[in-house]
Ligand binder design. Structure first.
Ligand code: CA
Length: 220
């Protein structure tokens, strides 16, 4: 999952970015609304973590602008303690959820997973597809009930494919999802992860459509 974090407080920004990275997420961090707008036009983020109290353009203005243009990215706003009015305004402006500072990183991660489930129209935290069963919260994958050990990036790549069976994702799209700014992308990294996933799960689980991308086939 690739996430944009908009937070001007360096301590909070750094700890959230590091904490979520340890959870296997790709997190880009910007410190103001203008940089956030630019980032959102160039990267297909799956979720926006938005501090309300930003220098210059406030988080609320940024959010209002996004919703005005029909952008339906899941948004979790971060507000200061006691800023009840900000929370209400945030939700009314189109935020999907909020957290009050200081917050627990595990709770943040859990709320993000819940938002993504709802956005994808899933009620269950577990993604099931054929003989595969994936739990993004615990990073567990089983095949026919047997645990399969995946690296963090293999897991993230498989999750991206399992979230939309039958729809191909291009190599570029998968790279965008797996790597944040400033992270060096090894050449052929996606191919290497796909190869490894096929070896662990069976070659038939992931199909390559030449010139288009990769997909997990839908099943009857
Ligand atoms: Ca702030």
């Amino acid at each position: 999952m690739r996430v944009l974090l908009v937070e001007d407080d360096p301590m909070i920004g750094k700890s959230v970015q590091q904490g979520l990275r340890q959870d296997g997420l790709t997190v880009d961090w910007v410190r103001d609304g203008r940089a956030a707008e630019l980032a959102l036009t160039t990267v297909p983020y799956e979720l926006l973590l938005l501090d309300i109290g930003l220098p210059g353009r406030s988080g609320l203005e940024l959010l209002a602008g996004l919703r005005h243009t029909g952008n339906d990215i899941p948004v979790l706003v971060i507000t200061a303690r006691d800023a009840v009015a900000d929370r209400i305004k945030g939700l009314d402006t189109g935020a999907d959820d909020y957290l009050v500072k200081p917050f627990d990183l595990d709770e943040l991660a859990a709320r993000m997973r819940a938002l993504l489930r709802r956005h994808a129209g899933r009620a269950s935290p577990v993604i099931e597809h054929g003989d595969l069963r994936m739990n993004p919260a615990t990073h567990e994958l089983t095949r026919n009930g047997e645990p399969v050990t995946l690296s963090a990036r293999e897991f993230a790549l498989l999750q991206a494919l399992l979230e939309q069976p039958g729809k191909p994702l291009s190599r570029a799209r998968l790279e965008e999802r797996l790597y944040g700014w400033g992270e060096e992308i090894e050449s052929n990294a996606v191919e290497v992860y796909i190869h490894s996933l096929r070896r662990k799960l069976g070659a038939e689980q992931i199909r390559n459509i030449r010139g288009v991308g990769y997909l997990v086939p839908t099943r009857q």
